[in-house]
Design a protein around this ligand. Structure first.
Ligand SMILES: Nc1nc2c(ncn2[C@@H]2O[C@H](COP(=O)(O)OP(=O)(O)OP(=O)(O)O)[C@@H](O)[C@H]2O)c(=O)[nH]1
Ligand SMILES: [Mg+2]
Length: 215
């Protein structure tokens, strides 16, 4: 894509995300998933990494997805309809790797997230969020392995970039890029974001739109 095409995509994405976006439903279990009527993009990542905050920043609507200081806020798959007429869906998911949650709850979330990610034909891309302060952890590697194994396209988004120095951000991004380079289902380009400061949000909107408009 050349510069003009990228600028056009960013402008189109801005319009789409400024338009109607509504909460559709919460699915605590796979049997409550909505019909696969349109393409979907999912937000995955460790508990507290900033999935729900990023969804709010993308849509410019602060109360759309519920956020919290305490890990384990989002406990179901939450579907949001974008566009009227409907164009695509965003899916906010429970986080993984939350050590202090009861074991049976962790297992339930893990199965819900894994089964959804592996089995959803309309899922065009999964955004895997990585905290800029911490980089990739073992639980992230497990998710990469699962997504690569199931051939589910994913892209890394660094979150909370406002919390670290530019030099640290550059280092952790480089290390992350190195770690995914040989992974077959990973998009090679990483998007750096801060929901708090609005950094990278316009680019991420464009990346979401691009992923749902192909095929
Ligand atoms: N400084 C800063 N804080 C952020 C940013 N994004 C999220 N946070 C904070 O991080 C905490 C967790 O954010 P959430 O969006 O609820 O995280 P989540 O990944 O949805 O968490 P779970 O639903 O529990 O898995 C909240 O206190 C947010 O305010 C960011 O870009 N910068
Ligand atoms: Mg959440």
């Amino acid at each position: 894509m050349n510069e003009q095409e990228q600028a056009d995509l960013i402008e189109e994405a801005r319009k789409v995300f400024a338009g109607p976006i509504t909460f559709l439903k919460s699915a605590p279990d796979l049997k409550f998933l909505p019909d696969m009527s349109v393409n979907e993009v999912a937000f995955a990542g460790r508990s507290n990494v900033g999935k729900s905050s990023l969804l709010n920043a993308l849509t410019g609507r602060n109360g759309l997805a519920r956020t919290s200081n305490t890990p384990g806020r989002t406990q179901e798959l939450n579907f949001f309809d974008v566009g009227d007429p409907l164009r695509f869906r965003l899916v906010d998911m429970p986080g993984y790797g939350y050590a202090r949650a009861p074991k049976d709850i962790v297992r339930k979330w893990q199965f819900l997230v894994n089964d959804y990610l592996r089995g959803r034909a309309k899922l065009k891309r999964t955004l895997v969020l990585i905290d800029s302060r911490h980089g990739i952890k073992d639980v992230d590697t497990d998710i990469f392995n699962m997504l690569d194994g199931a051939a589910v396209s994913y892209r890394i988004v660094m979150t909370k970039a406002d919390k670290v120095k530019a030099s640290h951000l550059a280092e952790v991004t480089q290390a992350t890029a190195d770690a995914i380079r040989k992974r077959p289902a990973a998009h090679p380009d990483i998007i750096l974001t801060s929901s708090e400061k609005g950094m990278g949000i316009a680019e991420l909107r464009a990346a979401v739109l691009e992923s749902v408009t192909q095929g």
